[in-house]
Design a protein around this ligand. Sequence first.
Ligand code: SF4
Length: 494
Amino acid sequence: MAHDRLHLAKRAIRDRLADEQGTLRKHAARRIALVYPSPYHVGMSSLGFQTIYRLLNQQPGWGCERAFLPEDPAAWRDSRLPLCTYESDQPVAHADLIALSVAYELELTGVIELLELAGLAPLARDRPPSSPLVIAGGPLTFSNPLPLGPFVDVVLLGEAEETVRSLLAAAEEESERAALLERLAAQPGIWVPVLHGDRLPPIAQADDALLPAHSQILTPHTELASMFLIEPERGCSRGCTYCVMRRSTNGGMRLVPPGRVLELVPPEARRVGLVGAAVTDHPKLGEILRGLVQSGRKVGISSLRADRLNDEIVGLLAAGGYRAITFASDGASERLRERVERKTRERHLLAATQLAAKHGMIHVKIYQMVGLPEETETDIAELVRFTRELTRISKVVLGVAPFVAKRNTPLDGTPYAGIREIDGKLAALRRGLAGTAEVRPTSARWGWVEYQLAQGGQAAGLAALSAHRAGGSFAAWQRALAEQPTQRALRVVS
Ligand code: SF4
């Protein structure tokens, strides 16, 4: 049975490889296994993962191959076959270096699972010095990578385009593990948990000359099927107090000229996704969109700001294939948005919804947070009232997530509102909008787990290991987090 499931999984890998355009196959003296702790369709939608794949393959003497968390980890576990890379079907554990890209807190169990499937001890302290160096990077490192600490040897903090090159240079020159870690710990933007403990060095910022990040591989097997991703800007100049990408984190917004964006789009790419924290704040977005749409391409944008949309931009998005439009409001009321310095106002949301309806979008999706500090029933009632107003213009889908305070933001340390409270507010939203708008909530329970990891230290990582070993249910997480002494202070209302 497990054998059949494994056979299917292997065939899926071969099919995916056959459907890819841009796969790199480099024979080099040293191998890097670039590993994503979620399945293929998620990993291949990550611009950072794709960019680092190309960059690692550009390094002389190094070749990089990918691996992903299997869709059916149990089949791999039962088969006892080691996890292998896609390109050459060689065991991940035989690489010289394993590089993990981690996007958010709940992928930590994926990291543990991957290391186990590769045949490695998940805890760095249990691996012999002869095992491959395990490094991590990715969006999570902008806020709180501490829970990753027990599992990895090195973490590249923030933008890794340059730090990863110095890491490879050091690895070439230093074969002895302890000396290599000492050397890396002395470099900016690199956290070596065994040497630094919980003291995180400042995060790195890559040279603007290395922008923009862009896709290497086109594949039909992602949600953004065969979409070429490119980053016309990096960072955000705004100051929402809950957001890691706010201006103070890594130098604000850095722009790429339209000509540079357009020249990097390969002729075979018929769908182009513009990715970045604040793409609609790019002052020349219209020029970029016109260039893409006039060349007959479909377009997507990762982060629409309601206050930046105008008739031309929404018209170009509709001409470029958009059928629904998504933007964030992030605070239930005008008062709360003001408190968290979110500049979106009701009038912006109204105008954006009217533009969406005018250009034939089938619905608008609005991201919302509940559980912000000082939020009351009156704020939730305002959200219900205003959403009902929007539904007179267009069909509305409300994506609602619990607020989780992140490190490296002004709201760092704010307690989690509590599972009961969040569930109560979600129920009030559903009741108030029944038959009017669709409410798609993120679980309050998993928001609580995310909070523990977002605010926790290395002990939270050890708790993740216990929770994973106990089956990964919410109850397993509760028990595991309660057992970690330094994590107890965070055990707020559950
Ligand atoms: S929430 Fe959006 S607009 Fe606000 S700082 Fe973050 S990326 Fe910028």
